[in-house]
Design a protein around this ligand. Structure first.
Ligand code: ARG
Length: 461
């Protein structure tokens, strides 16, 4: 009988179907680097604490480094029949070193091993995600700087509401993304504790040094409770939650771009390299990238639900259900990275059709609030001014004109407070320029928030 890792206890080979069902190497193989780094730290500690000889520790470390180099270079392929990456590396080590290799797993379980591997793996992913979101923010800021004077309608209920600028609109996403980076930091802060040394669940009788392995692997500290050490997957859930929220932001933005690309809006035009055609309709140019981002948001939300549901009924400590954590969190991370990576150049090459934005802002009475405010500034209570303006808007609609082209006599027939200067007060440029309350769309204010965003970004390093 070929030796399974636990051959001593069993009298039969595992059923081939069960073996395949049980195996996770197809998806946890990607953690080989982190698994080997974890094992090197463990072997170092075992040697330093005298649990194995210093000599054996060094041989094991060299052996592990050799395996790492061989997997990296492609000389060593992962065995698809291995149960998981942990078993594969250990078996390979024993194949190469004989009995010395069998000493590596002293005072360790795959339960604390997988927990440490996943934390190390996700720590790297979080750092990569962080740089990618940062790049996205920088792209948006660059675009915002070019569009502080680009007037567009701001919407509520998808109805034209008040005038804003394209820069103002872009900066709203910058702040959402800034919170996304912050959330990732936060996840990392709580995740960065070391479960190694928790053993299967109840620690170990060996005199280990958990502080040492924690330090060697760059963790903040060892996890204080061995049961929690092996059974905590909060970090996967928290990370997925942060990613769901990030995707929610990208999805809302994507939805807007999809609308803006339509003939009904035509506020932007995607570069040909970032759009696709139709197999039957020759005129079509479809915003597939943004639609896929919107679609993949559902998938990441699904991953979050998978993780939450997987954990909710698990008694302490480790249960095999937890093997399902990896596919869900890897899927979320992979897809978010893909989305951000594709979104950045698509945005950077998108043509902004300023005239169409401005023309849309010029229709829809989005200066009506400013007309009412004009009367308020001349002493009229806001509710009365609101009513008069509403009546004027109704008259405009009936006559097929705008507030800018409504004759002064019509204004004056409502109240003598109106004079010729009303036209300047309700011009689009004035409406935007005067909205200089903190956080407002005036070019002056948006320039200030761009500077603030750049400062925050520099602090978030
Ligand atoms: N492949 C397993 C996982 O991903 C590793 C831990 C296995 N532990 C065990 N006691 N079966 O969760």
């Amino acid at each position: 009988m070929a030796d399974m890792m636990w051959a001593g206890r069993f009298s039969k080979q595992v059923d081939a179907g069960v073996n395949a069902f049980n195996s996770s190497i197809a998806f946890d193989g990607r953690m080989y680097r982190h698994d080997i780094h974890g094992s090197i730290a463990h072997a170092t500690m075992l040697g330093d604490c005298g649990i194995i000889t210093k000599e054996d520790s060094l041989i094991i470390i060299e052996g592990l480094k050799g395996i790492l180099a061989d997997i990296d270079s492609g000389t060593l392929e992962l065995d698809p029949n291995a149960e998981d990456i942990h078993m594969f590396v250990e078996a390979e080590l024993t194949k190469r070193l004989g009995d010395v290799g069998k000493r590596l797993h002293t005072s360790r379980s795959r339960n604390d091993q997988v927990a440490v591997d996943l934390r190390l793996y996700l720590r790297d992913e979080i750092s990569e995600l962080h740089s990618m979101i940062r790049k996205l923010i920088e792209t948006l800021i660059k675009m915002a700087k070019e569009h502080t004077e680009t007037i567009m309608p701001g919407y509520t209920h998808l109805q034209r509401a008040q005038p804003i600028t394209f820069a103002h609109h872009l900066m709203a996403y910058v702040w959402m993304l800034m919170r996304d980076i912050d959330r990732l930091y936060d996840v990392n802060k709580r995740m960065n504790y070391c479960p190694l040394g928790s053993g299967a669940l109840a620690g170990t009788t060996y005199k280990t040094n958990r502080q040492q392995t924690s330090d060697l692997l760059g963790f903040t500290a060892p996890m204080p409770n061995s049961l929690d050490g092996v059974s905590d997957r909060d970090y996967c859930i928290e990370l997925c939650c942060a990613l769901s929220l990030l995707m929610t932001h990208l999805s809302r933005f994507s939805e807007e771009i999809i609308l803006w690309c339509s003939w009904e809006f035509k506020f932007v035009e995607l570069d040909d390299a970032f759009a696709t055609g139709s197999s039957i309709m020759p005129q079509k140019k479809n915003p597939d990238v943004t639609e896929l981002i919107r679609g993949k948001t559902g998938r990441v939300n699904g991953d979050l639900v998978t993780l939450l549901t997987m954990m909710k009924g698990l008694p302490l400590a480790y249960n095999k259900d937890m093997q399902e954590d990896k596919e869900a969190i890897f899927d979320a991370v992979d897809n978010v990275k893909l989305c951000v990576k594709t979104f950045i150049p698509m945005l950077a090459t998108m043509r902004v059709l300023k005239d169409n934005m401005r023309n849309a802002a010029a229709r829809g009475f989005i200066n009506a609030t400013d007309c009412a405010d004009y009367l308020v500034k001349k002493g009229m209570p806001f509710r009365d001014a609101y009513k008069i303006t509403g009546t004027l808007v109704a008259q405009c609609i009936e006559k097929g004109v705008t507030l800018e082209t409504l004759p002064i006599s019509d204004y004056k027939s409502m109240t003598d407070l109106f004079s010729e200067d009303v036209y300047d007060a309700i011009s689009l440029d004035t409406c935007v320029r005067e909205r200089k309350s903190e956080g407002g769309p005036s070019p002056e204010e948006v320039t200030k928030q761009i500077a603030l965003a750049e400062k925050r970004l520099a602090e978030l390093c």
